[in-house]
Design a binder for this molecule. Sequence first.
Ligand SMILES: Nc1ncnc2c1ncn2[C@@H]1O[C@H](COP(=O)(O)OP(=O)(O)OP(=O)(O)O)[C@@H](O)[C@H]1O
Ligand SMILES: [Mg+2]
Length: 499
Amino acid sequence: MAQAIQMHLNQALMRIPRRAESADRSTLAATYVAAGSFSAMINSADHQILFGRRGTGKTHALLHLQELLERTGDLAIYLDLRTIGSTGGLYANPAVSPAQRGTQLLVDTLESVHDRLFAHAVDGHSPNQDALLRGLDALVSAATEVEVIGETEQEQTFGDAVERECSAELSIAPNVKAGARHRTSATASSRRKRTGVEQHRVLFGPLSRAVQAVADGVRPARLWLLLDEWSSVPLDLQPFLADLLRRSVLPVRGATVKIAAIEHRARFFVPLADDYLGIEVGSDAASAVSLDDALVFDQSPEDAQAFFRELFASHVRPILASMLRTAVPGASVDAAFHTGAFPELVRAAEGVPRDAINIAALAAQHARGEKITTAHVRRAARDWYLRDKQAAISRDEDAERVLGALVDEVVGRRRCRTFLLPARDRTAAIDTLCDARLLHILRRGVVDPRRPGRLYDGYAIDYGCYVSLLAGDTAKNIPADVFTFDKAVVDLPRLCRSS
Ligand SMILES: Nc1ncnc2c1ncn2[C@@H]1O[C@H](COP(=O)(O)OP(=O)(O)OP(=O)(O)O)[C@@H](O)[C@H]1O
Ligand SMILES: [Mg+2]
């Protein structure tokens, strides 16, 4: 009997969905585990940007929030920005000007929001259906006037001759535009140069009024706009969408916006000569909340274990019940692991739920019908690192070089995996490595007691990376995390010069 339950537990661990959008809403509500104060924060009616690396639970948090809001009678529109528009690939098509792609993106986004609201209105859920439908009419006509305008400089090459064509659209008043064109010669185009998003502005016309009319139409309910997968929008178009939100939705009474994004793949703000485009995160009434930070349990391994124990229990429970068609008394997740193996899994996950789920599934596979051991977890973490994480930076030479230099110094020479880096040495390559979950920030703003003016961040090299380097030697203990100044500070510029 115990053997059979063991087998089922391992199978259930392998079957946990890897992405929140693949589970149904009631399962998501039942499996959600609150991470620290994060849940309380995102439940507030403030406009917020929810930052989190891949797999940290952004989609699960937004869908769970949607479920809670609907239960209290509010109207929550969840929009996965990967799915808007029908013009496949247009937003990232370099042959189309940013102004055209931006306009299309804004119009498609408004259309998707409109469609969801319209479905709600005709479902008859709205107590003030007429007002909502009038607001939606206004939204449709306002959407036709939304336009990104700006300069595009084209550089065209034909043989030895280089010619230029500049075109600029000037906005004189809303809806009145004058076009100017200057061309020095004419030949076939073979190369294009863009002046960049900085030259663009967005015309909104009466959009803000229309959104207010919609929000008034759903009263007394509150209108929530939950935008997921922000970072899937091409980087150069993100400020346009942010600008649309800042000017047309953020000021609306009775509306709240939540955006889920990956921090270093998000661009909310572009300064202009006399103004700016987009949202100034932190002001503009939109604050940032970080799932990455909420899931760092560096100071308390017990909290980390409690969070992941609950997460696995909540996911495994419904799967076991459907497999066995009966409740299994006393079948806890701990029963799947030998002593010491579950804390090892929590360390290997480095605070990322999807990595925890994938590593647990691989470990359960290695264990077959037996209890999972520490060696299974380490092998699984190594496989997951090689299969998923390492490949993510294989085309980024700079990030690869920085990781190589850090691994040589920290793992190779110092025989540990944690280190301190002056906050000012944080480069784009370090951000890329953090996004790819090859480095993890465990502590921010560590102060050197001898030089209090200098701030450092405490990092760990990914557990999977560490154990993959110790292949064959995995029975040894992983060293404890050390952040003492005389041992942990790394001079990255020097390391990179000498590597
Ligand atoms: N707080 C949580 N409670 C329960 N399960 C969670 C939690 N956070 C994440 N998960 C689970 O972890 C997996 C990954 O979560 P999710 O798909 O929401 O990540 P994500 O941040 O949206 O990733 P991506 O950036 O790739 O879209 C899912 O299976 C989800 O159910
Ligand atoms: Mg997601």
